[in-house]
Ligand binder design. Structure first.
Ligand code: GDP
Ligand code: IMO
Ligand code: MG
Length: 429
């Protein structure tokens, strides 16, 4: 039987990542049978908290914390098998059940140590134009994929193919690492031994992802698609070149899992009540003052993966409108409202002045050339605690006004409001 409409939901970051996707996926999880990642790798860091428990998910979908959900790492991901095995062990040590509930698509690509080394070496050599990657080898691994010389998860199970591909890769990457960047080369034999071993351990999880997920959808099972990073980090639509190397937007689901668009029934965009960004690149509403420091401290804005302080700034409605447009967002989950509790005033970027023209979506090309000016409207703060509030009616009037103002400006309803990091600190409307 075909799944009913509104069965399958995508949860996608509407800004530059770290919007709180992990919390929202965890919150909505009960209604789903399957949680699938479609892009990215362990550059993601999704935090889930309930009561005093704290989990940090990188490669594994946040759904794994619910023992009855099937979790899938889709073909559009780049997977460091060592990082995956470490994450499995670390979650198990926290009491999380991981057995037949975790599957890996056979056509996902592998990250190898030379990818990581290249990511790092390029970053060191980049000077002022640093992208500030998470140094996990994500960009170089996607590069190899697109060049058609990548090593796929299925190759880990075929010793002859694996040996040949690793030898070919080392013959090409080692000279670049040595002569261009002055780095140590990799021993193909050692990589072969390590990756053969990873293949043996992962073998039972490796499946044909599209066949699995489409079969489940046909059976009427409900799927949640868990996005990583955010819309403005999309390789095509984000603030290029300061982006990640995958399609983070909704379209990435179709290619990254082999799921047709008609099976994506609803899209939830996750946005903070302000904005943050880690790494380099345009951030027009960034604050470089004590207010920015306050948001960082109060919001605990330090990267889950790298521990780097996140850059902080005001909400940008042009960013949100762009995310609504690119992803067909049906509803917004607004997180971290509580972080604004102490603010006297809350400026919001409503549009951009680009050569005298008013732009209401994000002017990616203009931002790259610095010829834009954000235009603000200042809202009143509520100066009262909202932490842990679970009913919309109990929010201060000014906070309600802030939420309704955002809805009106972006043309999308806010159905979830998060008032703290924990699962239970949430308003659902
Ligand atoms: P993700 O990458 O989108 O999953 O987001 P991260 O987990 O990297 O970053 C979001 C951070 O904000 C995490 O530390 C969450 O625990 C925390 N968080 C999520 N929602 C809220 C909220 O409503 N209020 C506060 N204060 N923290 C939140
Ligand atoms: P989640 O899923 C925030 C940023 C990096 C860097 C750029 C490229 O937790 O929201 P990469 O290592 O992907 O080549 O880095 O993208 N970045 C993220 N920023 N949240 C993330 O993931 C990110 N993943 C990558 O900081 O600027
Ligand atoms: Mg994160």
């Amino acid at each position: 039987m075909a799944g009913k409409r509104n069965d399958n939901v995508a949860v996608i970051g509407a800004q530059w990542g770290d919007e709180g996707k992990g919390k929202i996926v965890d919150l909505l999880c009960d209604r789903f049978d399957v949680v699938a990642r479609y892009q990215g790798g362990h550059n993601a860091g999704h935090t889930v908290r309930f009561w005093e428990k704290h989990y940090s998910l990188k490669l594994i979908p946040s759904g794994i914390l619910h023992a009855d959900k099937l979790c899938l790492l889709g073909n559009g991901m780049v997977i460091d098998p060592e990082a995956l095995l470490e994450e499995i062990e670390s979650l198990r040590s926290l009491g999380v059940k991981i057995d037949t509930n975790l599957k890996v698509s056979d056509s996902a690509h592998c990250i190898l140590p030379y990818h990581k080394a290249l990511d790092l070496a390029r970053e060191e050599a980049a000077g002022a134009a640093k992208i500030g990657p998470t140094r996990r080898g994500i960009g170089p691994a996607y590069e190899t994929k697109v060049s058609r010389y990548g090593i796929r998860i299925a190759d880990l199970l075929d010793p002859d193919v694996l040996r040949e591909k690793i030898e070919f890769a080392c013959a090409e990457k080692n000279p670049v690492l040595q002569t261009v960047y002055g780095k140590t080369p990799f021993d193909a034999r050692k990589l072969y031994d390590d990756y053969t071993r990873y293949g043996e351990v992962l073998a039972k999880r490796i499946i044909n992802g599209p066949v699995l997920i489409n079969g489940l959808i046909r059976e009427g099972k409900r799927v949640m698609f868990e996005g990583a990073q955010g819309t403005l980090l999309d390789v095509d639509h984000g603030t290029y070149p300061f982006v990640t190397s995958s399609n983070t937007v909704v379209g990435g689901i179709c290619t990254g899992l082999g799921v047709a668009p008609k099976h994506i029934d609803q899209v939830v965009g996750v946005a903070k009540a302000y904005t943050t960004r880690v790494g380099g690149g345009a951030f027009p509403t960034e604050l470089h003052d004590a207010t920015g420091d306050h948001l960082r401290k109060r919001g605990n804005e330090y990267g889950t993966v790298t521990g780097r302080p996140r850059r902080t700034g005001w909400l940008d409605l042009a960013v949100l409108r762009t995310a609504v447009m690119l992803n067909g967002i049906d509803a917004i989950a607004l997180t971290k409202l509580d972080v604004l509790d102490d603010c006297e005033e809350i400026p919001v970027c409503t549009s951009y002045n680009v050569h005298g023209e008013r732009w209401t979506t994000f002017p990616a090309f203009a931002v790259a050339h610095h010829d834009y000016k954000p235009e603000y409207k200042t809202r009143k703060g509520w100066k009262q605690p909202t932490v842990g509030i679970t009913e919309f009616a109990k929010l201060p009037q000014t906070a309600k006004d802030y939420i309704r103002y955002i809805e009106d400006e972006i043309g999308c309803t806010i159905t979830i409001i998060s008032t703290g990091p924990r699962r239970e600190e949430t308003i659902q409307r």
